[in-house]
Design a protein around this ligand. Structure first.
Ligand code: ATR
Length: 280
């Protein structure tokens, strides 16, 4: 492929397996079209055994970067030349840049997306009180890292499998207070932000059965799930008078920094973007 072609038409994509469910091609395609940018963003089904080769080949084909999703978000760190501090802290990357000097740069914008979603959709002061985080998987790691970065005074963490929360506490430090899963409702006293990072409440999964009796109506409640948009948790919290924020905005905001780096335009994350993604 000639340099001329690759210089003029930047390519990016999302690497994962499976990849057909990913909303990223639709989102980036929408922004490319909206801003009249001559570029392409494609889904790339890549098996684990091929990841290294693919990452070496893509830049030669005119790719300027990529998003990374399951199951490669952790593995890709060991293949990158430059890993941002936040990606190292989270232990995973979701955004890659194939730099002109040949170096592979890996970043993680999930935590940024999480915080921006709350900032732009709620009257949210992260410093006003403790946060309660449900779940201790990959998503929780990004959420916890970003909450600490914006100055949350304390994070109460509860997960079905206790050892996973203990690991996060040992990694992220003393602001993390681990609570037993069976007693999770008790940790909601005085909480300013409640975040569900588990898969409970997602379409096809059981609902999260957590009593909200001890949660203040001043709390901001969010779910990283966005199928359905209004999970049982968000509906119950809204009925109590809490501000609620669905998880779709996190997906939209985490994508914006990559789009800007690859295509040279900071995209708007607005109602039109959201409506496009929600359209069939
Ligand atoms: P992700 O990377 O999306 O966070 P994950 O690592 O599979 O995915 O984590 C899923 C989270 O949902 C975990 O916190 C998991 O709890 P365990 O660590 O005990 O597995 C939580 N989860 C999934 N199903 C659950 C259920 N039925 N009850 C309670 N927690 C559940």
């Amino acid at each position: 492929m000639s340099d001329k072609v690759s210089d003029k038409i930047p390519l990016a994509g999302v690497i994962g397996a499976p990849i057909s469910h990913s909303q990223s091609p639709k989102l980036h395609g929408y922004w490319l079209n909206r801003y009249g940018i001559k570029g392409h963003y494609v889904p790339l089904h890549v098996e684990q055994s091929d990841l290294k080769d693919v990452l070496q080949t893509l830049p030669k084909m005119g790719f300027v970067g990529a998003n990374v999703t399951i199951p490669h978000k952790e593995t890709v760190l060991s293949l990158a030349d430059i890993v941002t501090d936040r990606a190292a802290l989270i232990g995973a990357a979701n955004t890659l840049i194939f730099r002109p000097d040949g170096k592979l740069y890996a970043d993680n914008t999930d935590g940024y997306g999480f915080v921006e979603n709350l900032r732009s959709n709620a009257n949210w002061d992260p410093k006003s009180g403790p946060a309660a985080v449900l779940g201790a998987g990959g998503a929780a790691r990004a959420v916890i890292a970003s909450l600490l970065e914006v100055g949350v005074p304390e994070i109460r963490l509860s997960n079905r499998t206790r050892t996973r929360s203990d690991v996060l506490r040992s990694e992220f430090g003393t602001k993390i207070v681990v609570c037993e899963w069976v007693n999770a409702a008790d940790m909601l006293d005085g909480v300013a932000t409640l975040i569900n990072t588990t898969s409970l409440g997602m379409a096809g999964q059981p609902e999260l059965k957590l009593s909200l009796d001890r949660l203040s109506s001043k709390a901001v409640v969010t779910d990283i799930v966005y199928t359905p948009l209004r999970t049982g948790l968000l509906k119950r919290a809204a009925e109590m008078g809490c501000q609620t924020v669905d998880g779709l905005g996190m997906l939209l905001h985490q994508a914006a920094p990559g789009f800007e780096r690859w295509f040279g335009q900071r995209p708007d994350v607005d109602e039109a973007t959201r409506n496009f993604i929600l359209s069939a």
